[in-house]
Design a protein around this ligand. Structure first.
Ligand code: GTP
Ligand code: SPV
Ligand code: MN
Length: 651
């Protein structure tokens, strides 16, 4: 491990990556303005470690809040905040359940905004690859430090006027674990405070373990000083025209302005655990990935762990919480969105979930598709942009069969009574539940083990309506890395794309890379070292459609049939056969016992049309060569060439 670490670090330096160890430019994006005696004397600052106090003070002088509140993370504090939000109309209590609330956002602030998300580094190529001439780079947006400084001075000056600045100490990973990392988020949104309380380990206890030289500084504002000067939904302040989400790996800073929603504002999640996380992981020799982690126990009682990277809204939460339809199998959840993984001294890849809650897609979740999630969210849950029933319950598309329609419904856009025939969607397609992981009845006993759980397989998967089989296995590690690089998926409502186009989304990380994707690929390839037990890599697709436009596979709990095949492959069973794209299940080796009545078209699910794959390889090659130019590793180029040859030779 040590020696791999050194190799990675020296390569990082050689490649000119700006994450120089030992060089710190702390707080560099927050300008030093004239001291404010009132703020300096604030009692809030006195309780903080000096470097945290200094970060808060500088930020307060810039943002000019009316008060500063250091969150202790207690239940009493949360109760107070929620009551206050109910009073102002930001939250509505859902009387049908215990301690559940609903927030409705401004209709212009409903998802992550990828086009306004930037990685800020000294050199552009530290953050994003240099595309071939004439090609527009699609693998992240770069901004210079100078430009960000200008934006911070411009947008943040006085941006919290009339509002409280909340100081949120939080830990990604269990408090005190050697793998965990600490952040301090400043925000003027009480909704963000309540959400961070669920999603992270948050509060005063974190300060006790804080290393003053090593915490991530996160500054967030909804960008609406009071009295209000512009238009937004009164109960959901935001500033969509001025929104920016910037991460500065060099100084471990995150600066977010204008949005109160999801990954834009809960800065521990995508900004920290993935963008800053992946940059640190590169530097330190580990992996920060957009992956669920699950434990699976087979009928013989053997247990393994699997990590899976699917793009946003492509099924991670549902797979991590699945209720297996095959008798004797048990699936347990370690995490549903993010994995931090590192090879240990025995050469085993170990993974932790840095989060403490789920921020899950609501529509499609039901007792039929995901009973575990339904149990998890039955109390202490913050819902956003779902619809509400007149008896104080929630409603969204997918809950029709378990909803009493004698009560009227208020849609996410506040239309009451909402009617299906005329009202459009009741819930926004990216509406979410924010709920504590500890409430999930299938949490894995080891989910908080600081050593992490041992990973035996990595799955890549996405929404592919055409051409891509339900499961195939990579030939080896290099081929597997190429499969990750070649991922594409139908766009979803999790970001700002409105059409259902098929987009490239390497490793399900396209919106989340914290450094140059060419280096990321080399980093993945470098994991293949002697004495390591590399996980096997698979690709899965639950979303293939037939000629009638309907899904060919029932999905959800039935996906265990695919996990069962994968499990048996991990045991070395002879159930796979060669194909041009990788190893496919031999006929009859996917267990379909008990679902004959569903008339699954299994041949269609595994068909690999030559013309489709000829085009697929061409598109992927063109994309990766165009996007990465000289940064495309030779190994990946070779893998693509070999795939192309095999497809050309197909009958
Ligand atoms: P993010 O939280 O955005 O990262 O999404 P995710 O990857 O966790 O996706 P999630 O499990 O929330 O699923 C997104 C949508 O896909 C929901 O509407 C689900 O109901 C639906 N879905 C999940 N798994 C399946 C499946 O196996 N088959 C089908 N047809 N739909 C699925
Ligand atoms: C995703 O988009 O992948 C999510 C939701 O998990 S958000 O927190 O908004 O990023
Ligand atoms: Mn996600």
């Amino acid at each position: 491990m040590l020696c791999a670490h050194r190799a990675v670090t020296s390569r990082a330096v050689a490649s000119g990556l700006v994450l120089r160890q030992g060089v710190r430019c702390l707080g560099s994006m927050i300008p030093t303005l004239q001291r404010d005696a009132d703020i300096a004397a604030s009692r809030a600052l006195a309780q903080l470690p000096p470097k945290v106090a200094s970060f808060v003070e500088r930020s307060a002088i810039l943002c000019k809040p009316k008060a500063i509140h250091v969150c202790d993370g207690s239940e009493a504090e949360m109760k107070k905040f929620k009551a206050e939000m109910c009073r102002t109309g930001m939250l509505e209590k859902l009387d049908k359940y215990h301690e559940c609330y609903l927030a409705r956002t401004d209709p212009n602030d409903v998802a992550r905004v990828e086009k306004k998300t930037f990685v800020v580094t000294e050199k552009k190529t530290d953050a994003v690859p240099e595309p071939q001439p004439g090609v527009e780079g699609m693998l992240g947006n770069w901004m210079s430090k100078e430009k960000l400084l200008e934006i911070v001075r411009d947008r943040f000056l006085g941006c919290m006027a009339g509002r409280t600045m909340y100081v949120i100490p939080f830990s990604m990973g269990p408090i005190g674990s050697p793998i965990s990392k600490i952040g301090i988020q400043l925000t003027d949104s009480p909704y963000v405070v309540a959400s961070m309380k669920i999603m992270t380990r948050m509060g005063g206890a974190v300060l006790g373990t804080l290393d003053e030289e090593d915490f991530v500084r996160c500054l967030h504002s909804v960008g609406c000083p009071l009295p209000s000067m512009h238009h937004y939904r009164e109960t959901w302040p935001c500033n969509p025209d001025q929104t920016i989400i910037a991460q500065v790996p060099d100084s471990k800073e995150i600066i977010s302005f204008g949005s109160g929603y999801g990954g834009n504002s809960l800065l521990g999640k995508k900004c920290f655990a993935l963008r800053i996380g992946s940059a640190l992981a590169y530097q330190e020799g580990w992996l920060a990935e957009h992956m669920l982690i699950l434990g699976i126990t087979n009928p013989a009682g053997v247990k393994r762990y699997i990590a899976a990277a699917f793009p946003s809204a492509c099924g991670k939460t549902n797979l991590a919480m699945m209720t297996p339809s095959l008798p004797g199998y048990k699936v347990e959840c370690v995490g549903d969105d993010i994995a931090w993984m590192k090879f240990d001294d025995e050469g085993v890849l170990r993974a932790i979930n840095p989060e403490n809650g789920f921020f899950g897609v609501a529509p499609g979740t039901s007792t039929k598709t995901n009973p575990v999630a339904m149990k998890t969210i039955a109390s202490n849950t913050l819902f956003t942009n779902v619809a509400k029933t007149d008896d104080g319950g929630v409603f969204w598309e997918g809950l029709e069969e378990e909803t009493d329609f004698s009560y009227d419904i208020t849609s996410w856009r506040n239309v009451h009574p909402w009617r299906k025939e005329t009202g459009g969607l009741a819930a926004h397609p990216n509406s979410r539940f924010c709920t504590p992981a500890s409430q999930c009845p299938t949490m894995d006993p080891s989910w908080e083990d600081p050593r992490g759980v041992p990973i035996s397989a990595i799955l890549f998967g996405s929404r592919r309506p055409e051409g891509v089989p339900m499961v195939y296995e990579s030939l080896d590690w290099k081929h597997g890395v190429m499969i990750g690089a070649a991922m594409r998926s139908e766009a979803t409502a999790a970001a700002e794309y409105s059409k259902k186009e098929i987009m490239h989304d390497p490793f399900a990380m396209r919106p989340f890379f914290g450094y140059n994707f060419g280096l990321y690929l080399k980093h993945w390839l470098s994991m293949d070292e002697p004495n390591r037990k590399l996980p096997k890599i698979f690709h899965v697709n639950w979303f293939r459609k037939g000629s009638d436009g309907k899904f060919l596979w029932p999905g959800f709990g039935q996906n265990i049939r695919v996990l069962d095949w994968i499990f048996r492959r991990l045991d070395g069973k002879d159930i796979a056969m060669n194909s041009p794209i990788g190893l496919l299940p031999k006929p009859g080796t996917i267990d379909l016992v008990g679902i004959a009545h569903l008339n699954i078209k299994i041949d269609e699910l595994f068909h690999i049309p030559k013309d489709f794959w000829q085009k697929e390889v061409r598109d992927v090659k063109c994309y990766l060569e165009g996007q990465l130019g000289n940064d495309l590793p030779e190994e990946i180029r070779n893998e693509l060439e070999k795939l192309q040859q095999r497809v050309e030779n197909m009958q």
